[in-house]
Design a protein around this ligand. Structure first.
Ligand SMILES: NC(=O)c1cc2c(N)ncc(C(N)=O)c2s1
Length: 313
């Protein structure tokens, strides 16, 4: 019966999307995927009242937008203070020890060179995607977010969640896109970050769908179920079906954080996406709360920035 088959197809396609775009381990050939999607589309055309917002057929909305409406972030999207050398990292550690009078664990994550976004899920369904904007107000890019296949339209559990992440363009997609633009005599994008930004600013979601953007999520804001450490929250985000970056490390000593930054500064070119540094956060949410924020950034986190890579001529 149609309703059951539609549910079955949605579940299959969502699983295939997750394995292909998040785990990078396809389960079926593209042709098989396309056939199932076509069958779902035909069934939904025959039974339009059985269409649900989490159906893969709803990823690329119909209309081209006239513009983006403004979103006011319930919790501001703050920027990170920067560290440019080992000394800055040691100062960061000393300030924290001075304030707390106790040791902390540091969580280190790759700083993805993309575009910060904030997603809101209600009852597990994606209801809004917004850019950072000025931190207080961003643009509503929900339509474009839905066109990014690695971003689930429905979470593995029906939770209410606001999650922060970075949308980026993998290096391979960037090279391909610039090759196409060169053949068409169009201006080239300077780097994957600009290409991702330019793509998310498109008013036509079909263009976004064609550009192969991806995302990593790294911060939980509003959630019905917060853990008590950043590491645990990252694990929760992953279990809910959101893509998270695999390179996460926890250290007790800032000297080990420094070597981790050094290592990734050397190895960054082996990654299939661009990073511009390492984000270091205090792991315990209680200790984060005690450290609080300055006017514009958390005292419990810092971005270790790599020196800009010389442009490859
Ligand atoms: N501006 C910010 O707060 C952040 C920016 C970024 C970024 N570009 N990449 C990764 C993380 C992370 N893993 O926390 C953060 S946090």
């Amino acid at each position: 019966m149609a309703k059951r088959r539609i549910e079955e197809l949605k579940e299959l396609l969502q699983k295939y999307d997750y394995h292909y775009h998040v785990l990078d381990q396809p389960l079926v050939e593209d042709s098989t995927y396309d056939l199932l999607l076509k069958e779902l589309k035909e069934l939904e055309d025959k039974f339009p009242d059985l269409v649900t917002p989490d159906s893969p057929t709803q990823r690329v909305g119909g209309q081209v937008l006239q513009g983006f409406s403004t979103v006011i972030h319930k919790t501001p999207m703050l920027s990170l203070a920067n560290a440019f050398n080992d000394g800055d990292l040691r100062d960061f550690a000393n300030r924290i020890y001075k304030t707390l009078g106790e040791k902390v664990k540091y969580v280190c994550e790759l700083k993805i060179d993309g575009l910060a976004v904030s997603l809101i899920y209600q009852g597990g369904m994606l209801v809004q995607g917004a850019t950072r904007g000025d931190g207080e107000r961003g643009e509503d890019i929900t339509q474009n977010i839905k066109a990014i296949k690695g971003i689930p339209l429905k979470l593995q559990r029906p939770v209410d969640l606001e999650v922060r992440g970075e949308v980026y363009m993998p290096k391979k997609s960037f090279e391909l896109l610039n090759k196409e633009r060169e053949e068409k005599g169009e201006p080239l994008f300077a780097n994957p970050r600009n290409a991702a930004a330019g793509t998310l600013r498109q008013l036509d979601p079909k263009i976004v769908a064609s550009r192969n953007l991806a995302a990593f999520f790294y911060g939980v804001v509003e959630s019905t179920e917060l853990g008590d450490s950043h590491r645990e929250n990252l694990q929760k985000v992953k279990e809910l079906g959101l893509p998270t970056n695999p390179h996460v490390a926890v250290f007790d000593e800032i000297e080990d954080v420094i070597s981790y930054c050094q290592r990734w500064h050397e190895e960054r070119n082996t990654l299939p996406y661009e990073i511009d540094g390492i984000v270091i956060k205090v792991d315990s949410l209680k200790q984060q709360q005690r450290l609080g924020f300055t006017a514009k950034s958390p005292r419990w986190a810092i971005a270790y920035k790599f020196p800009a890579q010389k442009a490859i001529s």
